[in-house]
Design a protein. Structure first.
Length: 93
């Protein structure tokens, strides 16, 4: 893997991580803020929205980490000795 493609993966991962944290907070937080003001239930709806945004962010990041791991593992070649070890362990099981 060359440095340019590695840098591109890192930068795109950082951008996605940032947007997957800020996006749900804005998506759930802004309406929750106005609902809290309108219904006069100041912290309750906002706290629920932050909790939902936290769960959503973790799900999005978890999915992205799985995809990045798959991309990186496809770039890393398996050495011949490792292949032989994997083949023998698969045959033994």
């Amino acid at each position: 893997m060359d440095k340019k493609s590695l840098r591109q993966i890192i930068v795109s991962s950082a951008a996605y991580s940032l947007s997957s944290i800020i996006g749900p907070l804005l998506l759930f937080g802004v309406p929750a803020y106005f609902l809290d003001r309108f219904l006069d239930t100041k912290p309750i709806i906002m706290l629920a929205a932050v909790f939902i945004a936290f769960i959503t962010s973790n799900i999005l990041l978890f999915k992205k980490v799985i995809k990045i791991n798959q991309m990186v593992s496809s770039y890393i070649p398996v050495e011949d000795e490792d292949k032989k070890d994997l083949d023998t362990s698969a045959k033994n099981n």
